[in-house]
Design a protein around this ligand. Sequence first.
Ligand code: MG
Length: 258
Amino acid sequence: MKQIISLLSLFVICFSASAQQFVIGGTKDDRTQAMQPGMTEYYYPKVPVVTPGDIKTNSAPSDAIVLFDGKDLSAWIGEDGTEAQWNVNGDGTMTVNTEKPGIKTKESFGDCQLHIEWYVPVGLPGSGQGKGNSGVFLQGRYEVQVLDSYNNETYSNGQAGSIYKQSAPLVNPIRPEGEWNVYDIIYKAPTFKADGTYRTKPQITVLFNGVLVQDNTIIVGTTEYIGLPQVAPHGDAPVSLQNHGNPISFRNIWLRKL
Ligand code: MG
């Protein structure tokens, strides 16, 4: 029900934005340029806070592709195609190098189950979207937001566990800074019609620290900071991790093709 309300809210926002900003006869680019970031952000309903249980680190099952085992970034390249230059820390973790591009897997994927753990360091300054921001992009296009959402106000559909600017998490089971968070993501890739529109939309389920936060959520298009989600045909594509200027750490990343 909440998912429906969230989607309805987005459509209401989009429709309002359309009515106010869109110029009849304008191109899609004109419409995007006319929009502002706030037009796709909603604050209500608020997301309830849940304290997660004490789950153990979930190491890779035997049929998984290990994307990061703590040793090196051999499965990754930079978003710009150069060598991945994030920091491997020697303790089984890696950290966003805020001076270098985001990273993406060398291999491309479609339907998958993805496990990834992430960590906000203690004392990281900032607030709202500026505190502990990174992101996990399925097929390089659809973002599951990573954010320090522990006592940190921001728009509901932009907090940790959201499908960024589309679907707020059902609840907020985040752990405080200095503790590891876990995403387990089940993702169904879209299929496309000959005209380039979705035949089946991307669909995603997300467990956040073992708690369901996205329940077969239908993704309506690409993640856009400004403007509406876009739809353009694509095939299998890498998983990418965002450099949003914050030193977020990751560990124990594995993926099972579905
Ligand atoms: Mg992000």
